[in-house]
Design a protein around this ligand. Structure first.
Ligand code: FUB
Length: 344
């Protein structure tokens, strides 16, 4: 449900219909990336704050400064807050806007991947390392070389390779990278430099990571999302085209690339045969939530699959004050995912 409709919402009634409740209520948390490490669920969310920034379509009101990590022993259990895992003041290259992060583990070390704006106002992606899944994390002095845009999600394949998926349009700046370098020209409008409606939509990117998980091992490649006829989704196909919030999971040997459609507020997915795609659009996982953004991750725990997502129900519809929630997802026999309605 987009922000312009919140005046009409009866939150008491809506919350009574919600399929799940916020798992954290002492902070606002969003963009949850969930992983199972050491038999526990670890959640790496954004930490939403009201920094007093004006609301705009570039997302300036998302002025987050730090990350907290949460752990859960069971899906029904409490989410334990492990405190500040990384603060923007400790990241040399980053000035502001600590947006949606992810994490992963390799050889007993934990890696936090996060986007932030550098001192030139350009979103880059950084890495910070810890011996513990919940940090504190020590940031690398520089952002990943050739990184750009937002919303990193790092998937570990069965052969031990790690891939980063990333990108986001509008405030996520992907449209400014169409020629391979940052286009700093005016206007600073979220929709300037986007393809026309009848042209292929902008695509997210994927890059294999180096063995130490600190850099890209190759130039990032576009992740193709195709329609049922094998054609790239068009920029005007707002209900299906990629906007932000990339995530990759594997189910029954197939690769599921899921993402948010942004201004139409769906979490959708597309299925492929390898981590690079192409992926064929296959449907919706989550219908619109309260608040403008929708962002998720998908994770298996003890034989069941869960969607970690957020909405703005706790803040009564304030788009940049969101809360993480969890709901089980179910697959059909043909591998498609049953669509969830967040408020039944
Ligand atoms: O949290 C800031 C931004 O909002 C994220 O990076 C996007 O995916 C959207 O959820």
């Amino acid at each position: 449900m987009p922000e312009d409709s919140i005046d009409h919402i009866n939150f008491e009634e809506l919350n009574s219909k919600a399929i799940s409740k916020p798992i954290v209520t002492h902070l606002y948390t969003a963009d949850p990336s969930a992983h199972v490490f050491e038999n526990k669920i670890y959640i790496y969310p954004s930490h939403d704050v009201d920094a007093g920034e004006a609301f705009d379509d570039l997302g300036s009101h998302f002025a987050m400064e730090d990350y907290h990590v949460f752990s859960m022993d069971s899906i029904e259990g409490n989410a334990k807050d492990h405190g500040i895992a990384l603060h923007v003041n400790d990241v040399k290259w980053a000035e502001k806007q600590m947006w949606a992060p992810d994490a992963n583990e390799k050889d007993g070390k934990y890696y936090l991947f996060f986007p932030a704006k550098d001192y030139e106002g350009i979103f880059r992606i950084g890495v910070a390392v810890s011996d513990l899944p919940y940090g504190p994390f020590t940031p690398q002095p520089n952002a990943i070389k050739s990184s750009f845009s937002i919303d990193p999600a790092v998937f570990k394949d069965d052969d031990g390779s790690y891939y980063m998926y990333f990108g986001g349009i509008w405030g996520g700046q992907l449209q400014r990278w169409r020629k391979g370098v940052f286009n700093a020209s005016q206007p600073e409008s979220p929709t300037a430099f986007l393809p026309k409606d009848n042209e292929p939509a902008l695509l997210p990117y994927v890059a294999k990571m180096t063995d130490d998980l600190l850099q890209f091992d190759e130039s990032p490649k576009e992740v193709e999302i195709l329609d049922e006829n094998g054609n790239l989704l068009l920029a005007g196909d707002n209900d299906r085209r990629f906007f932000e919030a990339a995530w990759l999971h594997k189910y029954n040997g197939k690769y599921y690339f899921s993402y948010s459609t942004g201004d139409t507020h769906f979490i959708c997915y597309a299925i492929g045969d390898n981590p690079y795609g192409p992926f064929t659009y296959s449907g919706r996982i989550l219908n619109p939530v309260v608040g403008w953004t929708s962002h998720h991750s998908i994770c298996e725990f003890k034989g069941k699959w869960y969607l970690f997502y957020h909405d703005s129900s706790l803040s009564k519809g304030v788009t940049h004050l969101r809360s993480v929630k969890i709901a089980e997802i179910k697959y059909n026999d043909d591998g498609t995912i049953q669509t969830l309605n967040p408020y039944n």
